[in-house]
Each structure stands twice: as structure tokens, then as C-alpha cells.
Design a protein around this ligand. Structure first.
Ligand SMILES: Cc1ncc(COP(=O)(O)O)c(C=O)c1O
Length: 473
């Protein structure tokens, strides 16, 4: 089969699906819980129904509300149902379905920037955020020419509220808080940020992209969750991803606002365009009808009882892993995670070595830097044995590291994708320039990337990773 040209005659569906299946052989086995992050799956039964809704509306365009009133009402219901989790019943919020956390965050910065310009005359806007906030904020500010003021977390990874407050100046337009943040899964002090926002007449965005749904249902099942949403008067916008713990297909998030005037700042309208009057509510033009329909289906088919059940399963699996880490003499849980994001490191062993050996056993796990750690996003898929299997593998890795025979062995694992990309990106010359400076080059290829990075200045490192991306796509 030619890979660089569209076939002259269409190929049979059976052959193509066979090809697809074959191409998936080296993909991660997420169905058996081998990945801690990237996939949020509600189980086969729910998934079947949700995908049916996707396919049913696959060709409809959610861009034009005049054409598909069905999609318009589904989008409005999704927004209202989501808003009901994050506000008092009497409050009415304003919001839209977006394509994901990054778009919701982009729009929250856009609306704040435009609002501050139009209402306060601020031309050099600054946004204050913690170093633990998601990089989507930095990406958005880069696109939108807004200055990020990044406050490093404290030594114990907690949020530095004092420095946040000191950073406020006449150009500050917006404060950012995460509920919870991705790296350690800890809640930022949203109540204090809300007070800071009110006292200084600033906007406050809460990033509940990963946590929103789980926190809302943890609260419903009686867990003590600090206030983090519109029940706090200083919160002016909040993002929550439905393609994470609400189990919608990829490409689904909701951005909510307290005030209509702020939401209006994210809209794009061109009433005089030659092609006709043009207006769009979010970043996208053409917008997949399937996403709106399947998100609507996920909320209404899973329902409160389903979300409660999935929340219990997620937290049961999280407890299995977090209990093990806390009891282990070799590992330390980082901080005080509120839900299913766990981060840990080790004083005894090199934590990246542990991560490499777990990868060798087929686990996909995240890595933290500054300082190094392992990062897990636990979900309900880990509740049917994967959490226990992970612990068994972690235990055997720790045991093997303690035995002197393996202790000094050179790491062998490779991250094929990254290494190939590095090679194509001129890996050899990069290796030559950089490894000259690197003390320890007898490490795994996966670690090599982290090692290389640690020896580079910011500009060189940016360039290296741009080249890697450029060669992957
Ligand atoms: C806290 C937080 N915010 C934002 C995002 C970005 O979301 P997306 O990858 O859907 O753009 C993530 C993704 O994991 C996240 O964890």
C-alpha cells in the first residue's frame, strides 16, 4: 500500500481496518490500564452509547446554530448541566463547549485581556500564575502577547500566596489558580486567591480542567473538598474538561463565566465580511457536531449514579497505589494530593531509573522535573486489577534495584519514538555538542533526553524540542 499518495482506487474497508489494527500493535495497551494519563474511559457499555451519539452527529456542523437547533440545545444543556456542579442553584452562568482544556484556557486569557483593555485601559497586560499551572497558560499568553508572571512553588511544592500578592501591579489583569494542579495534584488556595481578586478588583480564572468533575462528585459523596468554584465571589471564570473525568470523547471542554460581558469578549464577529455576516463563539469555526452530541450523551447516559460509581472506582484504585507509596520505605509521596493525581520520588533510588524500568514492563507513566519524580493520573480503568499489577511491578523494580547485582547495571531502556525523532533532528550533532558537556552518558536513551535538557540553556533546549516535534510530524 502506497503511503505517500492517496490510492488511485479506494481500498476495501476490511483491508484498511486490518492495516489499522496492525499499526496499533506498538500502541500502549490502555484497556488493561497500562497508561496513567492520556485516556479516560468509562467502560465498554457507556463507551458504546457515547460513540453512537458521536457517529449520529458526525457530519453535522455545530458552528451554525441556525442550521442545527438540535446541536444548539445540546450545547446549551451541556453548559447548564456542567455549570450546575460549580455554582449555587440561583446563579446563572455563561459558557460554551470548546475543543479542550487548551482552548478553554486560551479563551479565558483572551477575554481577560480584551476586558481589561476595554474597561481599565490596560495595554501591557500581565497574568500571575504559579509554576505548577498547566503550560497551556504560557502557550495562550505567547499567542496573545500577554506577560506571564510565574511564581515558583515553595520547596515543599506548595503554592506561594505571599509572592503572588506581591506580584500584583497596575498591569495585572488576571490571577490563575488550579483545582488541582497537574504536577502534584494539590489544590491551589482558591479561597485566598478569590479574596485577593476581590480586594484588588482583578479577574480570577480557576483551571479545573482535570479536576472539575471528579472534585464535584467527590464532594457529593461526602469528601471534604475546599471551595474552588463560583461559590467564591472572586472566581470570574472556570475551565473544566469533559474529555477527562466526564468521559466524553477527546475534544470536549466547557469554559464558564460569571458575567455575560466577560464571555462576550471571547466572541469573534465580522458583520461586514464579503462572505456574509460571520460570528463565532469560540476559537473554532467549523465545530464537530459529534463532539457536542457525544458529550451530551455522556452526561445524560452516565448520569449522577454512574459518575458516583466511576468516582468510587477511581478513588479505590488511587488508594491502593497511594497506600503502597506511603508505606514504602523507598518512596515518598509528594505533597497532599486531593484526588487521583499522584506524584512520588525516592531518596534511596534514582526515580528516573525506576520510571525506566517500569516503562520496560509496559507502563506509561509521567515524569516530573525540578526535582525529578514520577507522575500518575489514576482512573477507573485501574480499579479492575491494574493498580495491584502496577504495585507488584513497582515492588519488583524496587527489589531489583536493591540487589547489588543489578545496582550498577547501565540502564538499557529506550524510548524509541523520542530517540528516532532525536536522530532525525540531527541527534548526532546535538549529541556531540551536548554530550561533550554531559558527565554521565551511560544512561538510557529516554533519560538522555532529560539529561540533555538539563545541560542546555533555555534557548538551546527550546530549539531541540522544536526540532523533535518538526521531525515527528
Ligand atoms: C490542570 C490542567 N489544565 C489544562 C490541561 C490542558 O488540557 P488539554 O490537554 O485538554 O488541552 C490539562 C491537561 O492535562 C490539565 O491537567
Amino acid at each position: 500500500m502506497s503511503k505517500d499518495k492517496i490510492p488511485k482506487t479506494g481500498i476495501d474497508e476490511k483491508d484498511l481496518f486490518e492495516y489499522m489494527e496492525n499499526s496499533m500493535h506498538s500502541d500502549i495497551d490502555w484497556r488493561s490500564g497500562k497508561t496513567f494519563g492520556a485516556v479516560y474511559y468509562p467502560g465498554e457499555e457507556y463507551s458504546k452509547v457515547i460513540s453512537k451519539a458521536y457517529v449520529r452527529f458526525m457530519h453535522e456542523n455545530a458552528f451554525d446554530p441556525q442550521l442545527f437547533s438540535s446541536i444548539l440545545s445540546m450545547e446549551n444543556e451541556v453548559v447548564e448541566q456542567t455549570a450546575s456542579l460549580f455554582s449555587h442553584e440561583k446563579d446563572s452562568l455563561f459558557g460554551n463547549v470548546t475543543s479542550g482544556g487548551t482552548e478553554s484556557i486560551f479563551l479565558s486569557i483572551l477575554s481577560a485581556r480584551n476586558w481589561a483593555k476595554n474597561n481599565k485601559g490596560i495595554d501591557k497586560p500581565e497574568v500571575i500564575l504559579s509554576s505548577s499551572a498547566h503550560p497551556a497558560f504560557l502557550k495562550a499568553m505567547h499567542f496573545l502577547n500577554v506577560k506571564p508572571v510565574v511564581i515558583p512553588t515553595k520547596k515543599d511544592f506548595s503554592f506561594d500566596l505571599e509572592s503572588f500578592e506581591k506580584a500584583i501591579n497596575a498591569n495585572t489583569i488576571l490571577l490563575i489558580g488550579s483545582a488541582p494542579n497537574y504536577p502534584t495534584g494539590m489544590m491551589d488556595p482558591i479561597e485566598s486567591l478569590s479574596k485577593l481578586a476581590v480586594d484588588n478588583e482583578l479577574l480570577l480564572h480557576v483551571d479545573a480542567c482535570i479536576g472539575g468533575f471528579l472534585l464535584a462528585y467527590l464532594k457529593k459523596i461526602g469528601k471534604d473538598i475546599p471551595l474552588f468554584d463560583f461559590k467564591l465571589s472572586g472566581v470570574t471564570s472556570l475551565s473544566v474538561d469533559l474529555h477527562k473525568y466526564a468521559y466524553a470523547p477527546k475534544g470536549s471542554s466547557v469554559l464558564l463565566y460569571r458575567k455575560e460581558e466577560l464571555r462576550k469578549e471571547q466572541f469573534s464577529v465580522y458583520p461586514n465580511w464579503e462572505g456574509g455576516i460571520y460570528g463565532s463563539t469560540t476559537f473554532l469555526g467549523t465545530k464537530p457536531g459529534g463532539i457536542v452530541a457525544s458529550t451530551w450523551m455522556a452526561l445524560n447516559h452516565i448520569g449522577e449514579d454512574g459518575f458516583v460509581k466511576l468516582t468510587h472506582k477511581t478513588m479505590d484504585a488511587t488508594k491502593v497505589i497511594s497506600d503502597y507509596i506511603q508505606k514504602s520505605k523507598d518512596l515518598n509521596l509528594i505533597g497532599n494530593p486531593i484526588m487521583s493525581l499522584l506524584a512520588f520520588n525516592s531518596e534511596k533510588h534514582d526515580i528516573y531509573h525506576i520510571a525506566d524500568l517500569l516503562s520496560e514492563k509496559g507502563w506509561y507513566i509521567g515524569r516530573l522535573q525540578n526535582p525529578p519524580g514520577i507522575h500518575l493520573v489514576v482512573s477507573q480503568i485501574h480499579a479492575d486489577g491494574a493498580a495491584e499489577n502496577f504495585i507488584a511491578d513497582l515492588q519488583s523494580v524496587l527489589k531489583s534495584l536493591s540487589s547489588s547485582e543489578i545496582k550498577n547495571k547501565i540502564f538499557k531502556t529506550t524510548d524509541a519514538l523520542a530517540v528516532n525523532a532525536l536522530k532525525k533532528a540531527g541527534y548526532n550533532s546535538i549529541k556531540k555538542t551536548i554530550l561533550g558537556k554531559t558527565k554521565s552518558n551511560k544512561k538510557s536513551k529516554k533519560r538522555l533526553i532529560y539529561d540533555l535538557k538539563s545541560d542546555l540553556n533555555l534557548e538551546e533546549s527550546d530549539d531541540l524540542f522544536r526540532s523533535i516535534l518538526s521531525n515527528l510530524y
